[in-house]
Design a protein around this ligand. Structure first.
Ligand SMILES: *[C@@H]1O[C@H](CO)[C@@H](O)[C@H](O)[C@H]1NC(C)=O
Length: 282
């Protein structure tokens, strides 16, 4: 019998759904296991290994780089061990845009470039600002707003470890501007909803192009527009004014759709950039 392309697509969808279900099944078994030895018995040797250079899941892509995360969602070996990891592949001047991890403290190792970092803890705390040279680490306490920018004109890598198997990530600009536009406008001292919608439309995906100072020093131009698919999806509660469109609310979980845009939304440019950054490191 001849396989039709529709048939192949159906098969691919079924096997993707099966993989997801069996992963959830495994996670449930690991969580229910009475002892650590039982969890080890549930996993094969190679399920303890996660390949950050050739990942199939956990990828977040912007115009200036990407990150890859291994946590309880896609790396079941962390379950019961209280840790997870994200590797950042930042292009020249790439900025891991301000975000928080609601459930974890992060310790971040700058592998081969200086990272400009900053964090803000709760109301009343002072701002902490550092250039972290290659070979050094810095720490972002649980819940603080923080960012890291590659200060170099070459691609850079960082290694971020977390003390939670499901640290979570909350991108500040993408989420803040996803609140009801009139509330955002009022919070900004009375901006109109159309101004709010206009600002929101520009919010780039993470990893984004960084500061003007860096771009100028490296002879780079910020692309306009950058990819903007990580903005908060809209529903009846946070609808934009007529004439402005935001990402549509997906029927499933908005947070996941927001942090992991489907490959089809990535531009050819960013795919090429990822390829370039991964080149020769298999
Ligand atoms: C840093 O490491 C990454 C990953 O191996 C590589 O793509 C990048 O070119 C390196 N950058 C420098 C400045 O060595």
């Amino acid at each position: 019998m001849r396989a039709t392309s529709a048939g192949l697509v159906t098969l691919a969808l079924i096997s993707a759904a099966y993989a997801q279900e069996s992963n959830a099944d495994l996670v449930a078994k690991l969580r229910a296991a009475p002892a650590h030895t039982d969890r080890i018995a549930l996993l094969t040797d190679n399920q303890f290994v996660f390949d950050f250079l050739n990942p199939k899941t956990g990828i977040t892509t912007g115009s200036a780089g990407h990150t890859v995360s291994a946590n309880s969602e896609n790396y079941p070996a962390v379950i019961g061990n209280g840790v997870s990891m994200t590797i950042g592949f930042l292009g020249p001047c790439g900025l891991n845009t301000p975000h928080t991890h609601p459930r974890a403290t992060e310790i971040n190792f700058a592998v081969n470039a200086t990272l400009r970092t900053g964090f803000l803890a709760e109301n009343g705390a002072r701002f902490v600002f550092n250039d972290v040279p290659a070979g050094s680490v810095t720490i972002f306490p649980q819940g603080v707003i923080h960012f890291e920018q590659n200060q170099g004109c070459e691609p850079a890598m960082f290694v971020a470890a977390f003390n939670h198997e499901d640290p979570g990530v909350d991108q500040i600009a993408q989420r803040y501007f996803g609140l009801p536009p009139d509330v955002v406008g009022a919070t900004l001292g009375g901006l109109g909803v159309e101004e709010v919608a206009g600002l929101e439309a520009k919010i780039p995906n993470n990893v984004a192009y960084g500061t003007d100072e860096c771009l100028k020093r490296c002879g780079l131009t910020r692309p306009d527009p950058q990819l903007t698919s990580q903005r908060q999806p809209r529903n009846d509660g946070n609808v934009l004014p007529a004439g402005f469109s935001g990402p549509l609310a997906p029927s499933s979980t908005p947070a996941k759709a927001a942090t992991t845009p489907p490959a089809s939304t990535a531009t050819t440019g960013s795919k090429a950039a990822i390829k370039g950054m991964r080149g020769g490191k298999r």
